[in-house]
Structure formats: C-alpha cells, structure tokens
Design a protein around this ligand. Structure first.
Ligand code: AMP
Length: 407
C-alpha cells in the first residue's frame, strides 16, 4: 500500500487506457472540425462568481472551490459553457458570426462517485454563437450526433424537445416552475403527478409530457407555437439524423431556452446520458447583449465506457521497433540508428538495460514489438543488420539503408 492514494472520484489512466482515449478523442475532434468548429482552451479554474451567476449559489456545494492566497474565491470548472461565454465576452466578441468553437477539458464536480460519474471527468463540447436559425440549431444537433457516431458507437438515441412548449404548459397549469422542472428533469413521474393533482388540465399536461409524435402536438398547441420545433426537426431530417421528439426534456437550469436535446447510450443504465445541450441565454447574465447562443457537452468518459460495452475494437497504435545491440561497442551505433529511424517517424525502443539477447528479445515481445533489429559488430562493419520477425521468429539480414523499407 502507498501512503497517499488518489482523491475519491478521480482516476489514473494507464498507457493502454490513454491510447484508447486519445484515439477516440482524435476521431471526435475530426468531426467537430469537419463542421467548421475550431478549438479553444480556457483555464482550469475560474472565479466562483462565473458559475454562481449562471447557476445560482446552490452550485457552490457541487464544485471544488477555494479561497486563494489573496482571498479570491476560485472554482475548478464544473463545465465549459460559462468559461467559453466569459472568454467570448472578453476577447471574441468581434469575431465573424456565426462563431463556432469547441473544447476538450477536464471538469470537476463534487458528485457522489459511481461508474460513469466522477469528480474529475472530461467533456468535449462546443458553442455556436450568433445564429438561431432552425437549420443552425439542426446543424448543432447533427454535429453532436455525428461526433458520437464517428467514435464507432452504434446504439445512441437522440431526443429533441422545446422548452418554450414545456414552460408554457407549466404556466397554464399554474404551478411553481423550478420545482416541477426539477422533477421533470429527473423523470420523477410520481412526484410530478402528486404535485399537479387536482389542478385543472393535469391530465392534459401528463399527456403532453408523454407526447413523442410531432403531429400530436397540435392537440395542445396552435400551429404558430409548434412551428419552430417543427422546422428544426425537418432540418434534422435533411441532415440525415434520426431523432425522437421528447416534450419532457427540462435541462435543469433556467438559462436554457428554446430547442434542447439529449443523447443517451441505452446500454449504460443509470448514467446513460452522453450528451446534453440546446439553446441558452447566458450572455445577458454576464453583462452582454442577447446574441443567440447554443451548444452541447459530451461526457467523454461515458463514451469510452459505452464503446467498451459495445465491444468496440479500439484502433491499435503504431507498432514499436526494438533495437538490440550485441556487445558494448555497438551501443552508440544503436543510438545513431534509433535516432535515424525516429527521425523518419518510426517508433523505436532500444535496449537500455544492457540485457542478454534472450532477455532483451523477451522484453521486446512483452512490449508488443513486431520487429527487432539485432546489431552484431561483424554485420555492422559490412553495413548490415539482422531483422527478426517477432511473430514468426524468422530472421533475415538486410542493409542498413534498407531497414525502413521492412518496418
Ligand atoms: P452537463 O454539463 O451536466 O449537461 O453534462 C454533460 C455531459 O457530461 C453529461 O451528459 C454526461 O455525459 C457528462 N457528465 C456530467 N457529469 C459527469 C460526471 N460527474 N462524471 C462523468 N461524466 C459526467
């Protein structure tokens, strides 16, 4: 046992795990960039105020926050939308619109840890600033869907809702909005029914919450009210994205408005939500104007878990070539050969333990080298080395200049 262990809810990642994570991250970035998003980065910590302005004082209990040495209250970021909006206000306001930025970073929440829920986790997400045209919102949703599909995930379910419809239904009922929104967000149907019991329109409200078909929305709303969601859904079809309408998406917080969406991996059970997003209005809260903004965040760790669950075969990193010099006089020659091959972009490891040939090649096998280069002094004097195929055991002499052709 070591004296100090890692903090609760955090994880270490082995080289194997990091290779998998980086491979998936790379694919996700490619899709964001194919939609014209460009990456930004913001600090890991922010003034606590940024998050309380956005989410209220309650958020303090859920964040890692502290006073620094000059007494400022700082927080490790629990998410990246507010930092992005701050950055936009400080530096990017003059950028041509629409402004499309994406990010990948670790976030911290003082959550109760369980599989798929951590205190340090990674989000990849984006913000679309300056447009709220239905095709723009549909493109945003399509980006989220294609980023997920691009990782190799098979089973993802996209649900799209409209907060204006939900809020106006709640208003018609005449109940306290934040409380019922919280119950809806948790899908606590018993709680909802209890809360609206006896209210005029309660049955109709429950029917609305369960509505999953756009054409049935006409029962509850005028044509005008459902025009926007109808249009976004039509554009989504144009982007080739399968979806279901879900009138019950609440997205918890007050600054969300208009079209909202969530994407799940049903195989993950309790922590199945991979992505949440939609239209929101944060700039006015931060002292800016009401430029339209929308975005989403993907839970990177859950994507990895979902891929593992689906039995996805993660791409293997490029193989390593191993160099074994025979005898001390060959060691410096091995260094120069390794340097030359590395310069050509080949991954190379050489014996750094002065092992015997047998032990050295056993090690090469353990690190997954497919080829070993054995450098004997007599051969080397003739400009030759021996290449050993680690899988078949087959060996052949080749000229030094020709080595890279065989790797
Ligand atoms: P949110 O910012 O709460 O909308 O979260 C966006 C996504 O981040 C969620 O859909 C999850 O996939 C992921 N996520 C949120 N909280 C955690 C957590 N504590 N651990 C791992 N992933 C999380």
């Amino acid at each position: 046992m070591v004296a100090v262990s890692k903090p609760r809810g955090t994880r270490d990642f082995t080289p194997d795990e990091m290779e998998r994570r980086r491979a998936v991250e790379k694919k996700m970035r490619q899709v964001f960039e194919s939609y014209g998003y460009r990456e930004i980065a913001t600090p890991t910590m922010e003034h606590m105020e940024l998050f309380t302005m956005k989410s209220g004082e309650g958020i303090i209990d859920e964040t890692y926050s502290f006073h620094d040495k000059s007494g400022r209250m700082l927080a490790l970021r629990p998410e990246l939308t507010a930092p992005t909006m701050r950055f936009y206000m400080e530096k990017m306001r003059m950028s041509p619109k629409p402004l499309k930025v994406y990010y990948f970073g670790n976030c911290f929440r003082y959550d109760r840890p369980q599989k798929g829920r951590y205190r340090e986790f990674w989000q990849m997400g984006c913000e679309l600033i300056g447009t709220d045209k239905p095709e723009a919102i549909a493109e945003l949703i399509a980006t989220a869907y294609h980023v997920l599909k691009g990782t190799g995930l098979k089973d993802v379910k996209l649900r799209v809702g409209d907060l204006e419809l939900l809020r106006s239904s709640i208003k018609k009922l005449g109940v306290e909005s934040p409380e019922i929104m919280r119950l809806i967000d948790k899908s606590d149907y018993e709680g909802i029914e209890k809360m609206i019991e006896g209210k005029e329109g309660a049955d109709e409200f429950m029917e609305f919450l369960n509505c999953r078909d756009f054409n049935s929305l006409g029962k509850f709303f005028d044509e005008n009210d459902v025009e926007r969601i109808g249009s976004v859904l039509e554009w989504l079809s144009a982007f080739g994205v399968p979806y279901v309408l879900d009138t019950s998406i609440a997205r918890g917080l007050d600054y969300y408005r208009g079209i909202v969406f969530e994407i799940d991996a049903p195989s993950l059970g309790a922590e199945k939500q991979l992505c949440g997003g939609g239209e929101y209005s944060l700039l006015p809260i931060l002292g800016g104007d009401d430029t339209p903004t929308s975005g989403f965040a993907l839970g990177f760790d859950r994507i990895i878990i979902a891929l593992e669950k689906e039995g996805y075969e993660f791409p293997l990193p490029p193989e390593i070539v191993y160099i074994h010099p025979i005898g001390d006089e060959m060691r410096k020659e091995a260094v120069s050969l390794a340097t030359e091959l590395r310069g050509k972009g080949i991954k190379v490891e050489m014996d750094l333990m002065r092992r015997s040939m047998q032990k050295s090649l056993q090690y090469a096998d353990r690190i997954g080298a497919k080829v070993a280069i054995i450098m004997g002094p007599d051969e080397w004097a003739k400009g030759m080395v021996t290449l050993k195929n680690m899988e078949t055991g087959e060996q052949k002499e080749v000229e030094r200049e020709e080595i890279s052709k065989f790797l």
